[in-house]
Design a binder for this molecule. Structure first.
Ligand code: NAD
Ligand code: ZN
Length: 266
């Protein structure tokens, strides 16, 4: 493994060569991708209203069953926070890379994200797979009807808010995210596995590699001899499988890499 250590934004020729030779790049993103936009990761200390809760309680089927008011209040708070954040230079760099390669017919850049925010979309790149769903979409937990109109953010975050009722069947409204204890959306899993099996380079950005099955995707690609590269300021559960480890943040590394690969600015 080639570990790029302490020199921020130092990009090895090897990585340029890999990107130059690739025709289908897949980028797997996790919570660290959006950290510099101001969206906290689950490993960041949670303070205020939620400090006594484990993330697993707030984003689990069990939590929803036993305490829907707390789970709903947390999701409203998180959705409101995301609505005030903007894509960071890392999101924008990936969008630029994908658009430029498409225009030049040089190859494809696809994103598989574990994030439930919409910051890739707002940077002009629609992920081929939203493995854990989306917190910007709401539906009925009983009949599945879409329920955007029932949503309103409280002025002040509150620790407990009961979810609104579905206008069709009276069931509770929930966000269209996948909680611990639920199956991942089939189409997103299928798209992610197909991409891992079809790519010729995989970048793994800002994920701790502890949430499965997403964490298994880099190994699928590596098993076919595809180079896998980690961009993350810290070691992760995936680090020792990597061909290259770049200890840099997403918003610094990705613009530097993409500018270098494209050879100019769009
Ligand atoms: P995680 O919280 O387990 O780990 C975050 C990873 O990001 C860590 O490895 C950390 O070192 C790294 N990181 C922190 N700052 C970074 C930066 N600036 N640049 C690059 N990397 C950085 O995240 P996970 O692996 O995605 O798993 C947690 C689950 O929580 C996911 O399923 C995800 O859906 C959900 N989640 C989503 C969001 C979001 O949508 N933005 C935020 C928090 C959690
Ligand atoms: Zn309903």
């Amino acid at each position: 493994m080639n570990r790029l250590s302490d020199t921020p934004t130092e990009i090895p020729d090897e990585l340029y060569d890999m990107c130059g030779q690739a025709r289908r790049v897949v980028v797997l993103t996790g919570a660290g991708m959006s950290a510099e936009s101001g969206v906290p990761t689950f490993r960041d200390p949670i303070d205020g209203l939620w400090e006594n809760f484990e993330p697993e309680q707030l984003v689990s089927v069990e939590g929803w069953r036993t305490d829907p008011g707390t789970v709903w209040a947390w999701h409203l708070w998180f959705a409101a926070l995301i609505s005030k954040c903007s894509p960071n230079p890392g999101h924008r760099a990936l969008g630029r890379w994908a658009r430029t390669w498409q225009r030049r017919e040089a190859g494809t850049v696809e994103v598989i994200t574990q994030n439930i925010d919409d910051l890739h979309e707002r940077a002009g790149l629609i992920p081929i797979s939203h493995l854990h769903g989306s917190i910007t979409t709401f539906l009925c937990s009983q009949c599945g009807a879409k329920a955007q109109s029932v949503l309103s953010y409280p002025k002040e975050p509150s620790a407990h808010i009961m979810p609104p009722r579905c206008p069709v069947c009276g069931g509770y409204i929930r966000p269209a995210v996948t909680w611990f204890g639920e199956e991942l959306p089939r189409k997103d899993i299928d798209a992610a596995v197909e991409a891992a099996m079809g790519c010729d380079l995989m970048l793994v950005v800002g994920t701790s590699g502890t949430v499965h099955p997403a964490a298994g995707l880099p190994r699928l690609a590596a098993g076919r001899g595809v180079p896998i590269i980690e961009i993350n300021p810290r070691d992760t559960a995936l680090t020792h499988d990597m061909d290259i480890v770049w200890r840099e943040s997403a918003a610094v590394a990705l613009p530097a890499l993409v500018d270098g690969v494209l050879g100019d600015h769009e």
